[in-house]
Design a binder for this molecule. Structure first.
Ligand code: ADP
Ligand code: ZN
Ligand code: ZN
Length: 804
C-alpha cells in the first residue's frame, strides 16, 4: 500500500492554490503526520509545504507522482484544528491557503532553522541504536539520525519523552543556552579523584569534598564560585580530573523585564458576579457563546476576565487573552502574570524573533496555560481552549491589513465553536457592530454600569478653543486647563496630557515656498525624527537626512513643524518650570522595555505629568491621576473615515477613564474647536448608548456598517494609466455581474494615491445580503490571477475593511 500526502506548497499564486499529491517515501510513512512541514520538489526547485491530508490513493499516475524530499517536523507544528481554520480563512477572507497556514506560525518557523534532538533522560535508558549518539553530547542534529535511517527510533523515543525536539533557528533567533556544571553522578569516582589530589592543591580538594553533597546535580558555575569562594581555574582543574563536566542547558528567553508580586482574587461586586456567573454557566454547559462585556472604564472588567480564566484552568483548560497592542499595556500583562505566574506566555510585537518563538514553544509544548497577546495570539496552538477574551474589542488593530485580512474577533468565534467554549468581547465603548449584534441577541450582553470601587466617573469639561483664540490666547493650553494643572501640581497629584497623534506627526516645511518634504515613492509627507535628524517615510521606510536648504527654492528657512509632544513639552516647561514631565511617544519608547520603564516611573511618582499620544490612552491605572487633559480632540474627527466619530468618541472615553479610578475624584478637560459635534458632546456625558443611537442613525442614512457590509477592491500599478484602466475594468466587470441593489462606488484614487511607487485606485462595494458576492469576487480574482497579474497589476480584496 502506498501513502500519499496532500501538500499546500509555499508558492502564493493562483494556479497553485490547491493541495498537490506527493508520495510519502517508505522510510517516512511511520513518522508522517498532518500539520507537519515538508520539503517537496516543485518545478525545478524544492519548496516548503504543509501536509494537510494523508491518503492511500491518488489520481496522479504513479510514474508521475514525486516523493517528498524531506520531513521538517516530526511533531506537527499545526493541529488538525489549525488546518481546518486555514481552509475557513481562505474562503472567508479570500486569501491563499499558504498565507493562512503561515500566519498561524511564529516567524522563526518561517525562517531558516535546524532541528536538534536533546536528551531528556539518562543515556542508559535509551534504545541501543541511539545510545552512541548521545554519549558525547546531550544534543544532536536531527539530520544525523536522518542520514543514518534512525528517524523511526527517534520518533519512538520522542513519544516516550526520552528525548525532545527543537528547532534551532539559524538566522534570526536561536534556542538560548547557558553553560552549567554537572557534578559526577558516581560517589566512588569522586572518592577516587579526591584521594588522588595532592594535599597542596587545597582548593581543589575542598571543591571535590563539597561535591560529595551534590552528587549528580546540575548547577550554574557562578553558584560554585560564590559558595566556595573559589575560581574558575580551580573548577576547570577538577573538571579535567573528571569530577564534573560542563554541559549546555537550554533556557527560555525571559521577555519579562521585572518580577511581579502575586495578587489574590478580589471580592466581586454584584454586577461582576452576575457577569462571571453567566460566563461560567456557559463554560459548564460546554456551549459556544459570545458575550459582549460592556463595562464603563474602571468597572473591573479585567477582574472578571481573571476569575473566568481561573475557572477555566480549574477545568484543566487553556485561555487566550487578546489585547490591542500589548507593548502599550504592560500593566495589563502584569495583572495576568501576578495572578497566574509562570502559567502565562506573552506574544507581542516588541519581542525579538527568538523570544516570540520561545513563547510559542511554551504554548505548543503545553508548558503554559494562558496566552496574553496581540492579534496573532488568537492562533495560539492550544488544544483544549476553555475561554477566549478580546479586551478593548473595538480596537482596529484586531483586523490584519495584509493577507490574510482576518479579524481576530471572527477567528475567536470560530475557535469557540470548535472548542465549545465562551468568547468574551470586553469594552467600555464597544464597536457599533458588536453592540448591534448584542441588541439582536446574537451576542449575550453583560453590563457593568458602576466603577468597581464605587468611584464616580470624572467630571468632564469641554473647552471651546475658538473662544480662547478670540480672547487672545494663542497657546495650545486653555485658561481652564492651565488652572486645573496648577491645582494638581500644588496638591502633588498626577496629570495625564493626551495629544491626538495623527494630526501631529512632525514634518519638514520650507517657510519661504511652503514645500513639505515628501517621500520619493509614496504620496505622503516624511516624518521628522529628532533623535537622528532624519526624515522617514512610515510606509516604505525611505529616509533622508534633513536637508540644509529647500530642494525647491534653495531657501535655508527649512524647519520641522508640528513636533507634537516635543512642542507641548517645551510649552509646559515655560508655563510650569517646576513640573516634572515624562514624555511618551515614538521617540522616547524606541528601545525595548521603555514603555514599561516610563509607566513604572510615572506610577512610582517620579513625574507630575505624563504627556503622550494614543499609547497612553489605554490600560493606565494609577491612583494618583486626578486630571486628564485632551489637547486637541478634533484631530481624529476630521479624518476621511466613516468611523471617525466612533473612533473619537472611543478615544475620549478611554483617556477620560484614566482619571480618578481610585479614591481621589477625577477631572477631565477636553479642548476642541468643534464642541457642538455629537461625538464630543456625548463623550462629555460619557454615555455610550445615546452615542450608539445617534451614530447608528448616521450610518443608516449614509449606508455604512453595520447596516451595510463593505468590500474594498484595490488595484495598483507602476504606471498610473494602467492602474486607472484596470480599476475601471474591474468596476465595469463587477457592475455587470452584481445585482442592481448593490452600490459600487468608484473607481477612485485611494487615500494614499501612490505607495512604494505604485499608483493606487479602489472600488468600494456596499451590500446588504448578496449571496452572489463572494463567487463573483472569486471570479474576478481568477481573471486577475490568470491574466491581469502578468501585466503587473496587483489586485487585493478586503472584506470588512477597517480603513478606506
Ligand atoms: P476596567 O478594565 O473595566 O477598566 P479594571 O479591571 O482595571 O477596570 O478595574 C479598575 C480598578 O478597580 C482596578 O484597580 C481594580 O484592581 C479594581 N477592582 C476591580 N474589581 C474590583 C473588586 N471587585 N473589588 C475591589 N477592587 C476592584
Ligand atoms: Zn522652499
Ligand atoms: Zn514611502
Amino acid at each position: 500500500m502506498i501513502t500519499v500526502a496532500e501538500v499546500i506548497v509555499d508558492v502564493a499564486a493562483y494556479p497553485v492554490d490547491r493541495p498537490f499529491d506527493y508520495l510519502v517515501p517508505a522510510e517516512m510513512t511511520n513518522i508522517m503526520e498532518c500539520g507537519s512541514r515538508v520539503k517537496v520538489p516543485f518545478g525545478p526547485r524544492n519548496v516548503l509545504g504543509f501536509v494537510v491530508a494523508l491518503k492511500n490513493d491518488t489520481d496522479v499516475p504513479l510514474e508521475k507522482i514525486k516523493p517528498i524530499t524531506q520531513i521538517l517536523d516530526i511533531e506537527p507544528v499545526l493541529t488538525g484544528e489549525m488546518l481546518q481554520l486555514a481552509k475557513w480563512l481562505k474562503n472567508e477572507t479570500i486569501c491563499y491557503e499558504i498565507d493562512a497556514l503561515q500566519v498561524m506560525l511564529p516567524s522563526a518557523l518561517r525562517a531558516k532553522y535546524e532541528k536538534v534532538i536533546t536528551l531528556q533522560t539518562d543515556v542508559e535508558h535509551l534504545p541501543s541504536s541511539l545510545k552512541e549518539w548521545f554519549e558525547k553530547s546531550e544534543r544532536v542534529y536531527l539530520k544525523q539520525f536522518e542520514k543514518n535511517n534512525l528517524l523511526p527510533d527517534i520518533k519512538k523515543a520522542l513519544k516516550e519523552k526520552m528525548v525532545s525536539l527543537e528547532n534551532v533557528v539559524q538566522q534570526k533567533g536561536k534556542v538560548k543556552e547557558v553553560r552549567k556544571v554537572r557534578i559526577c553522578p558516581e560517589r566512588e569516582t569522586l572518592t577516587e579523584i579526591f584521594n588522588n589530589i595532592s594535599k597542596r592543591a587545597k582548593k581543589q580538594k575542598l571543591l571535590v569534598e563539597w561535591m560529595f553533597n551534590h552528587v549528580g546535580e546540575i548547577m550554574e558555575p557562578d553558584i560554585i564560585y560564590k559558595e566556595l569562594n573559589t575560581s574558575s581555574q580551580v573548577l576547570q582543574a577538577v573538571i579535567e580530573l573528571g569530577a564534573a563536566s560542563f554541559i549546555q542547558q537550554e533556557v527560555y528567553r525571559d521577555p519579562f523585564t521585572k518580577d511581579v508580586k502575586k495578587t489574590d482574587f478580589l471580592n466581586l461586586t454584584d454586577e461582576q458576579s452576575t457577569a462571571l456567573y453567566k460566563i461560567t454557566d456557559a463554560m459548564n454547559r460546554k456551549q459556544p457563546e459570545t458575550f459582549l462585556l460592556h463595562g464603563i472604564t474602571g468597572s473591573g472588567k479585567t477582574e472578571v476576565y481573571l476569575q473566568a480564566i481561573a475557572k477555566c484552568l480549574e477545568e484543566g483548560k487553556e485561555a487566550i487573552v487578546l489585547v490591542p497592542e500589548i507593548s502599550l499595556t504592560p500593566q495589563m500583562t502584569e495583572r495576568f502574570r501576578s495572578r497566574f505566574g509562570e502559567l502565562v506566555a506573552v506574544m507581542h510585537s516588541e519581542l525579538s524573533v527568538g523570544e516570540k518563538y520561545d513563547e510559542w514553544r511554551k504554548v505548543h509544548q503545553g508548558k503554559v496555560k494562558v496566552v496574553v497577546g496581540a492579534r496573532s495570539a488568537i492562533f495560539a496552538p492550544f488544544e483544549n481552549v476553555g475561554i477566549i477574551i478580546l479586551d478593548e474589542e473595538h480596537e482596529s488593530t484586531y483586523k490584519q491589513e495584509d493577507s490574510p485580512r482576518y479579524h481576530a474577533r471572527d477567528v475567536a468565534i470560530w475557535r469557540s465553536n470548535y472548542h465549545s467554549c465562551p468568547v468574551i468581547l470586553g469594552s467600555a465603548t464597544p464597536s457599533l457592530e458588536s453592540f448591534a449584534r448584542s441588541k439582536k441577541k446574537v451576542y449575550t450582553l453583560l453590563t457593568l454600569k458602576e466603577r468597581a470601587l464605587k468611584q464616580s466617573l470624572p467630571t468632564v469639561q469641554v473647552v471651546d478653543m475658538r473662544d480662547e483664540l478670540k480672547q487672545g490666547n494663542r497657546s495650545m493650553f486653555s485658561q481652564q486647563l492651565v488652572e486645573s494643572i496648577r491645582i494638581r501640581l500644588e496638591r502633588k497629584e498626577q496629570i495625564v496630557l493626551f495629544l491626538n497623534r495623527r494630526g501631529y506627526s512632525a514634518f519638514v516645511l520650507c517657510r519661504d515656498c511652503g514645500t513639505v518634504l515628501q517621500c520619493e515613492n509614496c504620496d505622503i509627507s516624511l516624518t521628522y525624527h529628532r533623535s537622528n535628524e532624519k526624515c522617514k517615510c512610515h510606509y516604505c521606510g525611505y529616509e533622508i537626512h534633513v536637508p540644509k536648504t529647500c530642494p525647491q527654492c534653495q531657501s535655508d528657512h527649512i524647519r520641522f513643524f508640528g513636533t507634537g509632544t516635543q512642542k507641548v513639552e517645551e510649552e509646559i516647561a515655560k508655563l510650569f518650570p517646576e513640573a516634572r514631565v515624562l514624555r511618551m511617544d515614538v521617540d522616547t519608547t524606541k528601545t525595548k522595555g521603555s514603555h514599561e520603564q516610563l509607566l513604572q516611573a510615572f506610577g512610582d511618582g517620579e513625574a507630575d505629568i505624563l504627556l503622550g499620544t494614543q499609547m497612553i490612552a489605554k490600560g493606565l491605572d494609577y491612583p494618583n491621576i486626578t486630571l486628564v487633559g485632551v489637547l486637541s480632540a478634533d484631530t481624529s474627527l476630521h479624518l476621511p473615515d466613516f468611523r471617525a466619530a466612533e473612533k473619537t468618541f472611543q478615544l475620549l472615553t478611554q483617556v477620560s477613564g484614566r482619571a480618578g479610578r481610585h479614591s481621589k475624584p477625577g477631572e477631565v478637560v477636553i479642548q476642541t474647536y468643534t464642541p457642538e459635534h455629537y461625538a464630543i458632546e456625548l463623550a462629555k456625558s460619557q454615555e455610550y448608548e445615546p452615542f450608539y443611537e445617534r451614530e447608528m442613525h448616521m450610518r443608516h442614512q449614509a449606508g455604512y456598517p453595520p447596516y451595510y457590509y463593505l468590500a474594498l477592491i484595490q488595484i495598483s500599478h507602476h504606471d498610473v494609466m494602467m492602474a486607472a484602466e484596470y480599476a475601471g475594468k474591474a468596476a465595469d466587470w463587477l457592475r455587470s455581474k452584481l445585482s442592481f441593489n448593490i452600490s459600487i462606488i468608484g473607481p477612485t484614487t485611494a487615500g494614499i494615491s501612490r505607495l512604494q511607487n505604485r499608483y493606487r485606485y479602489q472600488c468600494l462595494i456596499k451590500y446588504k445580503i448578496e449571496p452572489n458576492l463572494i463567487p463573483t469576487l472569486l471570479q474576478l480574482i481568477k481573471l486577475y490571477r490568470s491574466d491581469w497579474i502578468k501585466k503587473g497589476i496587483i489586485l487585493t480584496v478586503d472584506l470588512d475593511p477597517t480603513m478606506i
